[in-house]
Design a protein. Structure first.
Length: 155
């Protein structure tokens, strides 16, 4: 998840910034794994479904079939599709994050050191509940901001 300093993640169903290295990292981490998202996140994707991943879309109104996608009406049904021990990735939006956050064992974050005007936010992270497994601090010259890749594991 890419978040700004105040946990902001989007505005008007769009990402707040374009960070090429983050998109490449997202692809590398999620390829070959199931990804879980809400309908609006799915519709906001520039290419759908995302290739080389099972796209699980939680929606009461959208129905398949669509190759590479599974449509389910609830998070419980989405979880039933994940094999025990398999890593799956929740990729948004805000309501989906809020429902899955208490269940998460690991967070792959890109934290941008900048404030953005936003209407969508990731749940507040209590960093006392997490151990930082890895961190890489970087600077993006195109956007002129600092950011870091952080992997957190729940205590």
């Amino acid at each position: 998840m890419a978040i700004a300093e105040d946990f902001a993640i989007g505005k008007n169903n769009q990402l707040l910034f374009h960070l090429s290295s983050d998109l490449k990292r997202f692809k590398q981490i999620t390829t070959g794994h199931p990804i879980i998202m809400g309908k609006n996140t799915f519709l906001s994707l520039p290419r759908r479904p995302l290739p080389n991943r099972t796209n699980i879309i939680i929606s009461r109104s959208m129905k398949g079939p669509l190759e590479g996608c599974v449509f389910v009406p609830s998070i419980n049904q989405a979880l039933e599709l994940i094999d025990s021990g398999q890593e799956a990735f929740v990729i948004g939006g805000e309501a989906i994050y809020r429902q899955f956050y208490p269940l998460a064992g690991r967070l792959y974050l890109t934290v941008v050191d900048k404030h953005f005007e936003a209407d969508t936010f990731f749940p507040k992270i209590d960093f006392n509940e997490w151990i930082e497994e890895s961190r890489e601090d970087l600077f993006d010259e195109t956007n002129n901001f600092k950011y870091s890749y952080r992997t957190l594991v729940r205590k």
